[in-house]
Design a protein around this ligand. Structure first.
Ligand SMILES: NC(=O)c1ccc[n+]([C@@H]2O[C@H](COP(=O)([O-])OP(=O)(O)OC[C@H]3O[C@@H](n4cnc5c(N)ncnc54)[C@H](O)[C@@H]3O)[C@@H](O)[C@H]2O)c1
Ligand SMILES: [Zn+2]
Ligand SMILES: [Zn+2]
Length: 368
């Protein structure tokens, strides 16, 4: 079938809206009519060259829609189901899946990074030349074919734009607080970067019962937004940010510090902002191959813990419905996370707005 998609060709060249060919879903695959796709910074890392990927590729990894057709042997979903899309499909059988770490599944990581379906081939093409799928989802398109493990069925009452955000920002951020850090009630938390992911970490910290939640961002407009999601204190990033964090935490530093930007210098700053015995959680994705300085002596003497958090250490089959339920109960204010809706043709404008740092999350909406 013919579809309309945003295609990424090379760093620095804007997304191109093009007509592509999409094959039918094969065994174990699902055709999804995409309803909404979130504007996450991880797609933008392609544009700066920070993330390397086979091209041309259709990005978009924060999506939701309706199952339009299923391939052979698909058991998880059927046509008409509403689904949020999981960008880290897991096999259920490898070491990590069996040890409750499905976001680290190593059986599927190869094809996902090759930009293909699990059998190593693409369903997307143009003039018979393959077009690659970003993170098995490629949902900056009105239709997509995905492995069935990417489909998590949600209640039809959950709006598609909200469901899309559960597909990345919410699961990544709320999960970083709940699953990765396991933030304890009464604790102090600092979050560097208040974008869609950082604001979701703030929501997760609030849900955990943190008593002090400090949001740090370079952009002043993020202050009110962060407060609305539960931040108790706002710091506009400046050279003495960490002194301010210590002033707010009885001189110690925060119990938990999250980096939700992806800048090595800020990752180092987080290590200084956390108290002895505290935990730094790296959520932001820095350039492939970049590294941060590890002050080993200090980490040893002060027993600081540094951990990564990928997809909020999620089990998406468990966590997507859980976050949708918390939204329905009014405990996750996901409507507020959506600052603006765009058409697919406005995708470059949507990313320009994200880079200005004024939006919580932009979402691309596809015609019904
Ligand atoms: N670990 C994961 O599984 C995962 C999943 C999704 C996204 N990410 C990554 O998380 C990061 C954030 O994503 P997002 O979509 O929220 O991005 P975003 O662009 O919406 O938000 C980033 C925020 O950081 C702020 N910022 C920029 N530089 C800063 C600085 N020096 N100090 C303080 N604040 C600064 C910006 O003003 C903005 O508010 C990205 O690197 C993204 O790739 C990671
Ligand atoms: Zn994302
Ligand atoms: Zn696995």
């Amino acid at each position: 079938m013919k579809i309309k998609a945003a295609v990424f060709y090379e760093a620095g060249v804007p997304f191109q809206i093009e007509e592509l060919d999409l094959e039918e879903p094969r065994q174990g695959e699902v055709l999804v009519k995409v309803a909404a796709a979130g504007v996450c910074h991880s797609d933008w890392h392609l544009m700066t060259g920070a993330t390397k990927h086979a091209t041309p590729v259709v990005p978009g990894h924060e999506g939701a829609g309706i199952v339009a057709a299923v391939g052979e042997k698909v058991t998880r979903v059927q046509p008409g189901d509403h689904v949020a899309l999981n960008w880290a499909p897991n096999c259920g059988e490898c070491f990590y899946c069996l040890h409750d770490k499905p976001s680290l599944c190593d059986a599927y990581v190869g094809p996902i990074w090759a930009g293909t379906m699990m059998d190593g081939t693409t369903r997307l093409s143009k003039n018979r030349e393959p077009i690659y799928h970003f993170s098995a989802l490629a949902c900056f398109a009105d239709y997509t074919v995905v492995p069935e493990q990417c489909c998590v069925k949600l209640d039809k009452d959950v709006p598609f734009d909200v469901a899309a955000l559960i597909g990345c920002a919410v699961t990544t951020g709320v999960g970083a607080a709940l699953n990765t850090a396991k933030v304890e009630p009464g604790s102090s938390v600092a979050v560097f970067g208040a974008g869609g992911v950082g604001l979701s970490i703030i929501m997760g910290a609030k849900l955990s019962g943190a008593s002090r939640i400090i949001a740090v961002d370079t952009n002043e407009t993020k202050g009110n937004l962060a407060k609305a999601f539960g931040a108790t204190d706002i710091i506009i990033a400046r050279p003495d940010t960490n002194d301010s964090i210590r002033n707010l935490t009885e001189g110690r530093g925060a119990d938990y510090v999250f980096e939700a930007i992806g800048i090595p210098a800020v990752q180092e700053q987080c290590l200084d902002a956390v108290r002895p015995g505290g935990t730094v959680v790296l959520v932001g994705i820095s350039s492939m191959g970049s590294s941060a300085n590890l002050p080993g002596a200090l980490i040893a003497r002060q027993e600081k813990t540094i951990t990564g958090s990928y997809y909020g250490s999620a089990n998406t089959a468990r966590d997507f419905p859980k976050y949708a339920g918390l939204y329905q109960q009014g405990l996750l204010d996901l409507d507020r996370l959506i600052s603006r809706q765009y058409t697919l043709e406005q995708i470059n404008e949507a990313y320009a707005d994200m880079l200005k740092g004024e939006t919580a999350r932009g979402v691309i909406i596809f015609p019904a």
